[in-house]
Design a protein around this ligand. Structure first.
Ligand SMILES: Cc1ncc(COP(=O)(O)O)c(C=O)c1O
Length: 435
């Protein structure tokens, strides 16, 4: 609550950390030591998990295990490795589902980890964007992540649809930073009949605004549109129930809050109602084929998809790239998303309170991320009116890692797995030192 008394003492930050039930997870991660600022003697204050999550220490061991299995078993590792490679993708099914949709049915899994986010988006648009003469538009945000826009543009191009005809954008109202759910609903009620796919983020990368997935999906379906979600900034950040919310598809990356490393293998959700429809058109490859006939190499000429999200796989899984994901999702299963979300809300509210403690507007910045708990995740986006680059540089010089989005936004994301209240306290102290 702005203007509300907040204890700004360092002791209070330390006290909050001492009673944090998740505090033990911090030491399971490698913290960088910043060579560029000459601070390599101590670990950085790392608030950039919205960009690239930290490396879990267990990754090294798990990757080495796969290397050892390759060395010792070679081709036999497909079936004899400690985690057999042939079914490797299946070990992510339940942990992946716990992140985004709840338990899924083994005969029709809703989550598969594969490829990269944008590639998965292409696969989903190939299936779910079925333009007709009257319904051929795709709804995106005016400030969507560039990759999503390019993916959409290329699908329009591939189907011979003019960009100007095929894209409809939802934007914040003039002077606002955030998109109102009411405005999305109103746009859908007005123009939904011409919209084939609604493609929105779970959390906007720039503002940190969380979208009401359930409500927007309902509004999209009421107009006969497909509702697809880019969860790059939502996976491992928000608690979600995509199955119950009836979302049609979703894609996400694993290198941000999921801490699975740069370019890590991404996620894809396909709702069971579509997963059971084996007639849906798709780009096919042997790994999406029903395992029962996958190896009938000479007799089989017809692709028979496996039911569920697995039926959108194309190639056999890259084991060394997936091993870090195993280390990472084990940690998520141990910590659990509800507990992480509870801490995330506490720690972000604390950081916000420190920054806003006396009227932020008078101190040359505003936090554009929504204040309401159900409208944000861990990230706070700070629009800095006064000397934005100097403030960012001061943070870097003090060994605080966050990120800068030109022209004047600093994003800081206290990730509940490895960030502390004291990290937030340090951020606020350095941020304020230039006020
Ligand atoms: C919201 C959003 N969508 C898409 C992408 C692109 O992801 P990738 O390069 O893994 O395909 C990103 C990457 O940061 C993102 O933040």
């Amino acid at each position: 609550v702005p203007g509300h008394a907040i204890d700004t003492s360092e002791e209070f930050a330390r006290h909050r950390d001492s009673i944090d039930p998740l505090r033990g997870f911090r030491e399971r991660f490698e913290f960088p030591r910043l060579r560029r600022t000459g601070l390599e003697t101590r670990p950085a204050i790392y608030l950039a998990g919205n960009s690239l999550g930290l490396m879990p220490k267990s990754v090294r061991e798990i990757v080495n295990e796969e290397l050892d299995d390759w060395a010792a078993l070679a081709v036999d590792a497909h079936f004899d490795a400690r985690r057999p490679w042939y079914s490797y993708h299946e070990i992510f099914r339940d942990p992946g589902a716990r992140l985004v949709c709840g338990e899924s049915h083994p005969d029709c899994p809703e989550v598969v980890m594969m490829n990269s986010l944008t590639l998965n988006l292409h696969l989903m648009l190939t299936t779910f964007y079925r333009p007709t003469k009257d319904r051929h538009r795709i709804l995106i945000e005016s400030h969507c992540f560039p990759s999503d826009r390019y993916a959409v543009q290329s699908h329009l191009g591939a189907r011979g649809i003019e960009q100007s005809q095929g894209i409809v954008e939802i934007a914040p109202r003039p002077g606002d930073h955030l998109i109102r759910t009411d405005d999305v609903e109103e746009l859908l009620a007005r123009e939904g009949e011409s919209i084939a796919v609604v493609l929105l983020p779970g959390v906007n990368f720039f503002t940190g605004q969380a979208f009401d997935i359930e409500r927007i999906t309902r509004a999209a379906h009421a107009q006969g549109c497909i509702a697809g979600w880019d969860l790059a900034h939502a996976a491992g950040n928000l608690t979600m129930r995509l199955h119950d919310w009836n979302a049609d598809f979703a894609v996400w990356c694993s290198y941000k809050y999921l801490n699975a490393g740069p370019g890590a293998v991404a996620g894809c959700f396909v709702h069971e109602k579509h997963g059971r429809n084996l007639d849906l058109p798709r780009f096919a490859g042997w790994w999406g084929n029903d395992p029962a006939t996958r190896f009938n190499m000479l007799e089989e000429r017809v692709f028979r998809p496996r039911a569920g999200a697995d039926g959108w796989q194309i190639s056999n899984p890259p084991i060394f790239a997936m091993a870090p994901l195993k280390a990472s999702l084990d940690i998520f299963d141990e910590a659990t998303m509800p507990a992480l979300r509870a801490k995330s809300l506490e720690v972000t509210t604390y950081l916000r309170g420190l920054l806003e403690r006396d009227n932020a507007d008078n101190r040359g910045f505003e936090i554009t991320t929504p204040r309401e708990p159900n409208r944000h995740g861990c990230q706070l986006s700070i629009l800095v009116h006064d000397r934005p680059r100097e403030r960012f540089q001061a943070l870097l010089d003090a060994g605080v890692v966050c990120d800068f989005r030109a022209p004047n936004v600093i994003r800081a994301a206290p990730a509940p797995l490895y960030n502390s209240f004291h990290d937030c306290w340090t951020f606020a102290r350095v941020f304020d030192s230039l006020a």
